[in-house]
Design a protein around this ligand. Structure first.
Ligand SMILES: NC(=O)c1ccc[n+]([C@@H]2O[C@H](COP(=O)([O-])OP(=O)(O)OC[C@H]3O[C@@H](n4cnc5c(N)ncnc54)[C@H](OP(=O)(O)O)[C@@H]3O)[C@@H](O)[C@H]2O)c1
Length: 252
């Protein structure tokens, strides 16, 4: 079976580990990030790795990319098509009234607008693909409130709620999403650059910081490799999509 995965935010952190895991599982991967990645291993015979340099906060550039055939043709050629919206920004960290307007716009564009644009495009171009799956990389912050993370929490909550609507459409035969398997998945707390950024926050901007300092100090952060293995195990399981909003920590 030819499996094609379009993965955003593949250049670092969870996305880089997912790229290695997916290539190792015999998938073809197209990564979308601003920077590039040299994967640890090569694609399996008959598969490929490709990457596109794009700033997902630039909605016009993303619109142009999606209008081009370079991403939709590999989907049409695949037996199984997967979109993983993994790219995400934590900033702005800070209290409402003290945030940078530019960072608010970048966060909403990257964490929400780009995800909804890619999802809309994917639902349309993958309609003839026998098996198609979508993962929105969400966060516990979508489901619990944190002072200082209002924008991040709101953007991730938007993804969860969009998926609840999409899951209804996936059951409607006339819908472009009919049969699409979907999950907005919180991955748990992972030892990546984003967590280093959390620990670098000042206490006034993010009063919950000591909790995350302690997770690092006690060795409680999950490795990107472990999370990517568990995420892929769930993604390729028969149960994928049965629960459209889920937490990887409570799955197998
Ligand atoms: N780490 C955690 O504890 C944790 C917990 C819950 C949820 N998450 C979620 O998991 C996902 C991955 O997080 P991570 O920890 O791996 O983050 P990370 O280490 O900060 O990596 C973020 C990735 O997103 C890409 N990205 C960010 N802004 C982008 C933009 N404007 N255009 C294109 N690509 C962009 C980055 O690539 P470039 O810089 O090359 O563009 C990078 O590949 C995120 O959605 C995050 O919200 C993480």
């Amino acid at each position: 079976m030819k499996t094609l995965v379009i993965l955003t935010g593949h250049s670092r952190g969870l996305g880089a580990a997912l790229t290695d895991e997916l290539l190792g599982l015999g998938c073809s991967v197209i990564g979308l990030s601003r920077k590039s990645l040299v994967p640890k291993g090569a694609a399996k015979p008959g598969c490929f790795f490709d990457q596109v340099a794009i700033d997902l906060a630039d909605s016009e550039a993303l619109g142009r990319l999606l209008a081009d055939d370079c991403l939709s043709k590999p989907i049409r050629d695949a037996d199984r098509a997967i979109l993983i919206n993994n790219a995400g920004l934590l900033n702005p960290v800070g209290l409402v009234g003290e945030q940078s307007p530019t960072e608010i716009a970048q966060s909403v564009s990257t964490n929400v607008t780009a995800v909804l644009m890619l999802t809309n495009w994917f639902a349309k171009v993958s309609q003839k693909t026998a098996d198609r799956r979508l993962v929105q990389v969400s966060s516990g912050a979508a489901r619990s409130a944190y002072s200082g993370w209002s924008v991040y929490c709101a953007t991730k909550a938007a993804l969860d709620h969009h998926v609840r609507c999409l899951a209804m459409e996936a059951e409607q035969p006339h819908s472009p999403s009919f049969g699409l398997k979907i999950c907005s998945l919180a991955p748990g707390v992972i030892d990546t650059d984003m967590q280093a950024q959390v620990r670098a926050s000042d206490l006034a901007s993010f009063p919950m910081r000591p909790k995350f300092d302690e997770l690092k100090a006690s060795g409680s952060l999950a490795s990107p490799e472990d999370v990517s293995q568990r995420l892929c195990k769930h993604l390729f399981s028969d149960g994928f999509g049965k629960d459209p909003v889920a937490d990887l920590r409570s799955i197998g």
